[in-house]
Design a protein around this ligand. Structure first.
Ligand code: NAD
Length: 264
């Protein structure tokens, strides 16, 4: 069985775009159930607090840390708080934040492109700069970055900035994995497919405004060989594996959780 007892996990983006189970929230709860102390970081205080409350209601250990993970000063403060809160060591970094905007090259301004890159990629650089020195010193650490199958292929509608930055997240993680493989630090990407999180209630509804949310969900499910959208738990369980010593020999890989879409 997977075990994270005594480990400290920081989840950057542990809130949720709406009520229910986002990937980050399900991951936070899963880590806590496996015994970890979880720092729930999010710029949305209320939704981060909700994740922490869910963990504490089950008897788990969590702390809410509020700030913008794309802002260098905030990141420094957030990780200092995380270290202070749980004894100094950060064993697992789960980089979860991801934003996007539909559109191809003619619909994407350089301002949008920069903003999306800053939240999706610069934040990963800033977080790695915070955790890597301690992980190297202790000779142990796991970095998990959430990418997307949109970073692997075109998914039927233009989502350029999102796809490009998700490809960057995957390659960033691969390169960190290679550089630090000899020092006990593992880095892997989890690549979700079409996952039914609260976010789709807002984004999919906007993208496919001519269909109801249920129709949009059904259309997405038809794209999946397994015949259903994924749940946040499908992704969280993959993350738990990579966070734990069960994945001790796994680094630099992409764990695709997509019900078979990209294997077609
Ligand atoms: P979500 O939007 O519900 O959760 C992301 C959280 O990150 C939110 O609570 C948000 O407030 C927070 N956040 C965003 N920018 C931030 C910032 N700058 N600083 C601090 N917090 C910030 O998302 P989700 O649907 O659970 O997806 C989680 C991850 O999985 C994202 O990286 C997303 O791109 C990826 N993903 C999702 C799907 C899907 O179908 N839902 C598919 C593939 C990949």
């Amino acid at each position: 069985p997977l075990d994270l007892s005594g480990r400290v996990v920081v989840v950057a983006g542990g809130g949720s775009a709406g009520p229910g189970w986002s990937i980050g929230r399900a991951a936070c709860v899963t880590y806590a159930r496996l015994g970890a102390s979880v720092c729930v970081v999010d710029r949305d205080a209320a939704s981060a607090q909700q994740t922490t409350a869910l963990i504490e209601a089950e008897g788990g250990t969590a702390a809410t840390l509020v700030g913008d993970v794309a802002d260098a000063a905030d990141v420094q403060r957030l990780f200092a708080e995380a270290r202070e809160r749980f004894g100094g060591a950060i064993d697992v970094l789960h980089h979860n934040v991801g934003i996007g905007k539909t559109g191809g090259p003619l619909e994407t301004s350089t301002e949008d492109f920069d903003r999306i890159h800053s939240v999706n990629v610069n934040s990963l650089l800033l977080a790695c700069q915070q955790v890597l020195p301690g992980m190297v010193e202790r000779g142990r650490g796991s970095i998990i970055a959430i990418s997307s199958i949109a970073g692997m292929r075109y998914l039927g509608y233009p989502h350029l900035a999102y796809g490009v930055t998700k490809a960057a997240v995957t390659h960033f993680t691969r390169m960190v994995a290679q550089q630090y493989a000899g020092q006990g630090v593992r880095a892997n990407t989890v690549v979700p497919g079409l996952i039914d999180t609260p976010r789709i209630a807002t984004t999919v509804a906007k993208m496919f405004s001519d269909t109801s949310l249920d129709e949009a969900r059904a259309a997405r499910a038809r794209q999946v060989p397994m015949g259903r959208m994924g749940t946040a738990w499908d992704v969280a369980h993959a993350c738990a594996f990579l966070a734990s010593d069960a994945a001790a020999y796994v680094t630099g890989t992409e764990l695709v959780v997509d019900g078979g879409i990209t294997g077609k």
